[in-house]
Design a protein around this ligand. Structure first.
Ligand code: SAM
Length: 444
């Protein structure tokens, strides 16, 4: 009789690509308790047997008894009876019909991706092997270190096998497009389908992962900025990508002017605006960030957003309300006192490599008398950046100095210098939120 269970995968010496999955079949002898169906719950939940019954992911501890056609069931045990307490023995005597030998048949489907890689990779690569991946829709992406490249197809296909929602697996190559910030990548498993649909912050984003920037690790940063906005605000998103700040902001009620220089980003941004029913709240442009900053204030003055009048209704909610009101056209419920939104209240600039350099577009943006009169409060600028300073105080000072150099003045009102994430050893990402200095904006 076996005393302890070995549920590890068998040693593997077959081909790596494709794997010989049949070679992972394994029979594990166990000891089981034979139990009448009415007692299964009692035994499985018995406190005194808690550590004695097998509890392993993807393995049911209760199986039909192959030798007992009268409907008895087997409860699989860890097979080592040496630690059974008297209470446990009593419970077994009372509610079970004794011990029987049984065999568990395990196969490739039982083990996790890490278990499989542990027996396929050379021993020196096991410790640092990828344990998970980032994903966007059906696409999983890795950033494999060089020593894992000979095993990239193995790694890709094992993770794909173990995650049914994943249909495409890519490895990001080291070279990033210098302007549009998307990665070169190679397919390592699955279909070459890079157009993904991904949900974030209650919005649906569709985009070509191989042609635009997307970073799933920025989800919290997108949410943080959107949370800081009031539904009455108007956000200008200078480097909008496919809309992860713009769309959630519009969903809460903000008017949004969203810009990106990459025509592919803009194509998907416009598509995302449409598929989220936000056409009235998001205006899309494809300009260089500097030109956008210089144009956006006048653009909004000439064509303002309607005032915020309360939480947005989905198309279904609108239809239901219309039905309730007997298909009678009702005028919008906006209190007549609320004026149209003509002022940009916030700008977000997420191009951390160089956004600070674009701050030189701000001097004089509100010097025009009409704008100057309208802007009694200056907009907030949320500017993302990298710094090589690792200590927080030094990082803050480095960022402030660079902002001052490009703006031509030190911001007087800094709301926050927020640490977003560590990007690489010695490279930190921050977001500085400051009120645009009046003397800069009104400079003539
Ligand atoms: C780091 S991504 C950020 C995208 C998005 N805001 C996000 O958080 O995922 C920067 C974006 O800036 C765009 N971009 C790069 N240079 C630009 C420029 N000079 N003017 C406007 N957009 C630019 C890129 O195409 C890219 O979509």
């Amino acid at each position: 009789m076996p005393r302890a269970l070995d549920l590890s995968p068998p040693a593997y010496t077959g081909p790596l690509h494709p794997l010989d999955k049949d070679a992972f079949k394994k029979r594990v002898p166990v000891i089981a308790l034979r139990v009448p169906p009415r007692n299964v719950g009692t035994i499985v939940n018995a406190k005194e047997l808690k550590n004695y019954i097998i509890r392993v992911p993807r393995l049911s501890p209760v199986v039909p008894d192959p030798h007992n056609p009268q409907g008895r069931l087997l409860i699989l045990t860890i097979s080592d009876q040496s630690e059974l307490s008297d209470a446990a023995k009593e419970r077994i005597q009372r509610d079970a019909e004794g011990f029987v030998d049984h065999e568990i048949n395990l196969d490739y489907g039982f083990w996790s991706a890490s278990d499989i890689l542990d027996v396929c990779l050379p021993s020196e690569l096991i410790e640092g092997a990828p344990k998970g991946f980032s994903s966007a829709g059906h696409l999983a992406h890795f950033n494999l270190n060089d020593e894992y490249l000979p095993y990239k197809h193995l790694i890709g296909s094992v993770f794909m096998d173990k995650n049914p929602q994943v249909k495409t697996v890519v490895n990001k190559l080291h070279n990033i497009d210098t302007v549009f910030r998307f990665f070169q990548m190679e397919l390592i498993a699955g279909e070459p389908d890079f157009i993904v649909t991904h949900s974030e912050s209650n919005c649906k984003f569709t985009f070509d992962f191989s042609k635009v920037y997307w970073n799933s690790r920025l989800h919290a940063e997108h949410e943080r900025i959107v949370k800081s906005l009031s539904p009455h605000d108007v956000l200008a998103d200078v480097f909008a990508g496919v809309g992860p700040f713009a769309l959630p902001a519009a969903k809460v009620g903000c008017g949004v002017l969203a810009n990106d220089l990459n025509p592919e980003s803009v194509k998907y941004l416009a598509q995302n605006v449409q598929q989220n029913d936000l056409e009235d709240m998001v205006r899309v442009s494809c300009e260089d960030g500097r030109a956008f900053i210089r144009n956006v204030f006048r653009r909004l003055l000439v064509e303002p957003f309607a005032p915020y009048t309360g939480p947005r209704q989905s198309k279904t909610q609108q239809r239901k309300q219309k039905k309730r009101e007997g298909d009678v056209e009702v005028s919008p419920t906006a209190p007549p006192t609320l004026p149209p939104r003509r002022r940009v209240t916030d700008l977000v600039m997420n191009l951390p490599d160089s956004a600070i350099e674009f701050l030189d577009a701000f001097p004089g943006v509100l010097s025009d008398p009409e704008l100057s009169e309208l802007y009694t409060t200056m907009p907030m600028v949320h500017c993302h950046c990298f710094t090589r300073e690792m200590e927080e105080d030094k990082a803050h000072e480095d960022i402030l100095q660079r902002v001052e150099a490009r703006l031509g003045a030190r911001p007087e009102e800094v709301r926050e210098i927020h640490h977003v994430r560590s990007v690489a050893p010695g490279k930190e990402m921050y977001c500085i939120s400051f009120r645009l200095p009046e003397k800069v904006a009104r400079r003539t």
